[in-house]
Design a protein around this ligand. Structure first.
Ligand SMILES: Cc1ncc(COP(=O)(O)O)c(C=O)c1O
Length: 386
């Protein structure tokens, strides 16, 4: 049996040994409560400070603009609900896209129940949003626009800087939120360059721990907290901090920031190798998403092959991929992202997502290709016989 080939890195990544070592050390030695005024408390506070400096440095922000959360889901909820609820008197209209992560879409649905109206923008067949369409959707009562940077299923990279520039040049008072959970560590992330007020991050997509994330919140911008409690994270996110998780997040950010450019080249080469191989060697296959997609995500339709059966057959040969995003893959509904891109339902059921990490090698890609070609051919023969 081949050693496991993990190509589901958009669902989550393996914690790097260096990150796990930092977390172990913090759990053993810096176990104080960061709010305690004694030495152990101050030591834990220093741990938070180091991680905050790492993340702020990686995205060109000030340390005071980083708020730690329990992950990307909480960061997205805090951004949308926190900004919208704080501005109810200015308006109750939000703009987002049909291909956002569930944590944005469901936060919008929850706000609709509280009297907000949400415009869900269409995307083109590559999964891209037209910046002009964003501004065309604005109304006098629009308070917030939320657009993700990299889509987690198709890898579409949205023209975030252009959207931010257009938005702020025409309506400077509207809050701009960007979900950068899938782009941190893979592409440059710079809230100021995007004219973004709020940006969400998650640690477990960059070889850090699960259950840790952060929200960049532009200095001076006020948010309604989701929780009420002590004054941690300046009251925006009260609750005793997950010190070890945050330390791991900081270490993961440092490592991926140091290696971002070389990682980006390596990831793009892996993606290209797999995609070109599939399209050349396996008949009736198609890539979903734009040609200039994110370097670490490839969505491929194997026409006439049941995606779930193919995924499990690959698993038996030690290859781990997904049939969609992790939050959808246990549900029978077709992917809302591929539907919005106009992919037919029968083709969505034949689609796999491959997502790469700097840890993957060309040898792994070649093994996956070989197995895919063999399995796609035999599954088509089997299904053809039925
Ligand atoms: C684009 C995007 N946003 C948000 C999230 C949620 O992040 P977390 O798993 O840290 O809650 C994910 C996770 O898959 C994601 O892909």
């Amino acid at each position: 049996m081949h050693k496991p080939v993990y190509l589901d890195n958009s669902a989550t990544t393996r914690i790097l040994p260096e990150v796990a070592a930092v977390m172990r050390q913090v759990m053993a030695d810096s176990f104080g409560n960061p709010s305690s005024p004694h030495r152990l408390g101050l030591e834990a506070e220093r741990v938070l400070h180091t991680a905050r400096r790492m993340l702020a440095g990686a995205c060109g922000a000030r340390e005071a603009e980083i708020f730690f959360t329990s992950g990307g889901t909480e960061a997205n909820n805090l951004a949308l609900k926190g900004a919208a609820l704080r501005r109810v008197r200015r308006g109750r209209h939000l703009v987002t896209t049909k291909i956002e992560h569930a944590s944005v879409l469901q936060a919008c649905r929850a706000l609709e129940k509280q009297g907000f109206t949400v415009t869900f923008l269409e995307v083109d067949s590559c999964g891209l949003v037209d910046p002009e369409q964003v501004t065309a959707a604005l109304r006098p009562d629009t308070v917030l626009v939320s657009v993700m940077h990299v889509n987690n299923e198709a890898g579409a990279v949205q023209p975030i800087a252009e959207i931010g520039r257009l938005l702020k040049s025409r309506h400077s008072g509207i809050i701009f939120h960007v979900d950068a959970v899938q782009s941190l560590g893979k592409l440059p992330v710079h809230p100021a360059g995007w004219c973004a007020d709020l940006v969400s991050f998650s640690a477990h997509k960059i070889h850090g721990p699960k259950g840790t994330g952060a929200l960049f919140c532009r200095e001076g911008l006020e948010l309604e907290p989701l929780f009420h409690g002590g004054g941690q994270e300046k009251g925006v996110r009260p609750g005793t901090e997950n010190v070890a998780g945050i330390a791991g997040f900081g270490a993961a950010v440092r490592l991926c920031a140091e290696r971002r450019e070389e990682n980006q080249v390596h990831l793009a080469a892996l993606r290209q190798r797999l995609l070109c191989g599939i399209l050349a060697q396996i008949p009736d296959t198609a890539c979903n998403g734009p040609a200039a997609a994110a370097p670490h995500i490839a969505s491929v339709t194997f026409k006439g092959v049941n995606g779930e059966v193919l995924m499990h057959a690959l698993e038996e040969r030690g290859i781990f991929v997904s049939t969609g995003s992790a939050c959808h893959s246990r549900r029978p509904e077709p992917s809302h992202v591929l539907l919005a891109m106009g992919v037919a339902e029968k083709d969505i059921a034949s689609t796999l997502r491959f997502s790469f990490s700097p840890e993957n090698t060309t040898e792994e890609i070649d093994y996956a290709l070989e197995q895919l070609a063999e399995l796609a051919a035999s599954l088509r023969t089997l299904q053809g016989r039925r």
